[in-house]
Design a protein around this ligand. Structure first.
Ligand code: MG
Length: 381
């Protein structure tokens, strides 16, 4: 019998692609959760017959329950619902692919319950990396990366000694505004930013990709997942998104993982690990690409990347502040309330405004996150 998978964020880009992978390999869907997409969630429940379903937005709970009154499924809502699914060890694995800080508590809940996690929710590690990795180690719960770069790094580490890892080479597409000047960026809109050259993603991550904050979040994610120092991570712009990342060992040997830019490959690696089977995606033809290019990132123009690196160097609650401010600023940009360059300005302002604190518990992270969002709200006015 196939694995039983629970998915938080099942109607998003990662969630829907994960369901394709699950279907292809005959796995079972144990539970599904979505933010607010009722129509798609209802369709998914009818198609995949999970035991439990959760709609995060509580005002939609009644309608979902009514729509599914003919289906034998338990309907949940809110953070309690997400955590109930995360704690349900009737599943073999939890795919956490929600967007934002909201994923942190369910991740910690799954670890506490001993449920292996396929992690696509990068904000979890950015804001609460120290708590998550410590808890996972104590409980012996595997955390398998779904982010394409981290899946690549994880794959490059297989069969080698972690002690002989010298550095991580984190590749970045450069986003839709690669090569632009700050001057040119003053005018760009959310619609411009949502046209990503290589990857098909949700709107939050697409804006993060345009500001290079996505790479900043991934930098922090890599630090926690692979237990390296910030000095051991090098960001390299690679426009074709074919080399998904690489690692350098002490003998200067560099091992990279390549493939077509399609999230189904890293999703499948996490769900099937350590198995490798045909993936529902295209295959890589290097000759079709002809050339692969590499360059240094432009940290003067794209300020979010150096801000994220500064945040993890400082440690404590600073990355949580950086992340909370970014989530609030990106939401404001998507609503057309602030300009593109203001995202980095607001992140920097919040990092300066909210005092440093060491992280002792989840409440330290949640308070830092709330203070950062409040700072951004006040500044936008
Ligand atoms: Mg990525």
């Amino acid at each position: 019998m196939g694995k039983r998978i629970s998915i938080l964020g099942s109607t998003g880009s990662i969630g829907t692609q994960a369901l394709e992978v699950i279907e292809k390999h005959g796995f079972e869907v144990h539970a599904l959760a979505a933010y607010r997409n009722l129509d798609m969630l209802e369709q998914q429940v009818r198609k995949y017959s999970p035991k439990t379903v959760c709609i995060y937005c509580e005002e939609l709970y009644g309608e979902l329950k009514e729509r599914l009154s003919d289906v034998p499924v338990t309907v949940l809502t809110g953070m309690d619902g997400l955590c109930e699914i995360a704690a349900d060890t009737g599943a073999d694995m939890l795919l956490n692919s929600v967007v934002g800080m909201v994923g942190l508590k369910p991740t910690l809940t799954a670890i506490d319950a001993g449920l292996p996690i396929a992690l696509a929710n990068k904000e979890t590690l950015v804001a609460g990396g120290s708590l998550v990795m410590k808890a996972a180690e104590e409980k012996g719960v595997p955390i398998l990366p779904v982010d394409s770069e981290h899946s690549a790094i994880f794959q490059c580490l297989q069969g080698n000694s972690r002690k002989q890892l010298h550095k991580i080479i984190l590749t970045a597409s450069g986003g839709p505004f690669y090569g632009r000047t700050r001057e040119e960026l003053t005018q760009v809109t959310a619609a411009d930013a949502l046209k990503h050259p290589n990857w098909d993603m949700g709107s939050k991550i697409t804006i993060d990709s345009a500001t290079l904050m996505n790479k900043g979040l991934e930098f922090i994610e890599a630090k926690w997942l692979f237990d390296v120092t910030p000095e051991q991570i090098e960001v390299v712009v690679h426009r074709q998104s074919v080399v998904h990342s690489a690692v350098e060992y002490d003998d200067y040997s560099v091992i990279a993982q390549m493939g077509v830019p399609d999230m189904k490959i890293p999703i499948q690696y996490a769900l099937l690990y350590p198995d490798r089977k045909p993936c529902p995606t295209g295959r890589l033809s290097l000759c079709e690409y002809g050339q692969l290019t590499f360059a240094e990132p432009d940290m003067e123009t794209f300020r979010c990347l150096p801000l994220a690196i500064e945040a993890i160097r400082k440690g404590g609650t600073v990355p949580a502040v950086m992340n909370g401010a970014n989530e609030a600023a990106v939401a404001a940009f998507l609503q057309g309330r602030i300009g593109f360059l203001q995202i980095a300005e607001l992140v920097e302002a919040a990092m300066n405004a909210v005092p440093f604190k060491a992280i002792a518990s989840l409440s330290d992270v949640l308070e830092a996150d709330a203070a950062a969002r409040e700072t951004v709200r006040r500044m936008i006015g």
